[in-house]
Design a protein around this ligand. Sequence first.
Ligand SMILES: Nc1ncnc2c1ncn2[C@@H]1O[C@H](COP(=O)(O)OP(=O)(O)OP(=O)(O)O)[C@@H](O)[C@H]1O
Length: 485
Amino acid sequence: MTGGLEGYDAVAEANAQKSVLAIHWSRICERLKVEVGEVEYRTWLRQITVGPVDEDEITLYLPTRFLRDWVRGQYGDRLGTLWNAEVPAIRRVELQVARPDAAPVETVGEDAPTPDIPVAHARPPTLAAAPAPVEEPRQAEVRSDLAAPLDPRFTFDTFVVGKPNEFAYACARRVAERPSSPGFNPLFLYGGVGLGKTHLMHAIGAELLREGRVSVAYMSAEKFMYRFIAAIRSQSTMEFKEQLRSVDVLMIDDLQFLIGKDNTQEEFFHTFNALVDAGRQIVVSADKSPSDLSGLEDRLRTRLGCGMVADIHATTFELRISILEAKATASGVMVPAKVLEFLAHKITSNVRELEGALNRLIAHANLFGRPVTLEATQDVLHDILKAHDRRVTIEEIQRKVAEHWNIRLTDMSSARRARAVARPRQVAMYLAKQLTSRSLPEIGRKFGNRDHTTVMHAVSRVTELMEQDPAFAEDVELLRRMLES
Ligand SMILES: Nc1ncnc2c1ncn2[C@@H]1O[C@H](COP(=O)(O)OP(=O)(O)OP(=O)(O)O)[C@@H](O)[C@H]1O
């Protein structure tokens, strides 16, 4: 028949294949939910969308590299087995980061993947077993008389999970799902500045309110103190205490603020005891673990450490990239991967600063309608980058360059002359000359006692190659920017 009809047939066939795959995928999802549990499923696997089948291989998409790698590591084999059981012709599963243009198969039913930014976490085995407490359903309520408003941006969906925060995240989810579970009361979240403690607390609050079961009071420790003082002044401490003790979930942020405030600590201690004894949930955050919060009364520290203590560690490069990817995607502004990598290398202090830098870039791009480039980034973030300035060492240069080209660090000083090794070594020498004040003989010594003429040759060879090969020049430039200042 005509080409047009053949085209129609092809489209119809592709659509039919999509529908069939969607049905299989829905069945697989049901099994996975039973196997791994609802929370684990929702956090990791619900993000998967189904792509095309090519011969014996099906492609599944995940929205970020982090999530893809995690799912591959934890569930790759299981996904393969389940697909094979559903469709024997499928023998392999390929997990890919979703392309923006990918047209995924839609799942059937309520668990259709959401387009929002993924979250991920590992639920530690200890979290799996505890039984859900029997609860009377209650009307959802934020105690407006007690609560600071919850920031609607701080939800579990917008929290990006990686190794440094996965335990805290899992604990927070658990509390949001089953408040007052044995072993999780109080939940004590701690970690350095700007690493997501407040975000997780708000997420717990938002989830509880969404579920519509409990009344929640959230406030900073500072606010707690001022409310307490105001209550004393207005002779309404009884009322204040009653209000506090009537909530189902009390969350106090930045508890370290109470150090040295003995009366407020005392009041908090009694409130704490009254609530825990009545089976209510307490969530507390601080910058240190209970045992390190010297300045808090011993009995309070002991009680704070009685439930679940979860720390949030400093971010890793991988987590910073995932967070930047998620936030850039949410902003709708196209930020090149190289810029994200550059930022993740440069701004390592905390998520707040990282987010601030990205927001400024995005605002700039929106305001001036210019694309985000490495040059623009350096320009716009000049002051922030300067604040993160540090002196670069030859060892650091060698490490970064070796990582970049995936060679061993020892090859920076080895005698191997294969180009795959010799070229990165030359680049490292070139960068050492550009970025440090070391002399050529000094640089030579750091590269396996090579002669200064070898370093000179490396510098001129790299300069020459950069002029001839724009891709190579871009690589070297990126490395330079990452290491610079
Ligand atoms: N894992 C994450 N994913 C997404 N956003 C994050 C993450 N961690 C932190 N953020 C963001 O970084 C910012 C700072 O986080 P947050 O206020 O929760 O930090 P904090 O640990 O409470 O800091 P502080 O000790 O100063 O109170 C927030 O905008 C938060 O949304």
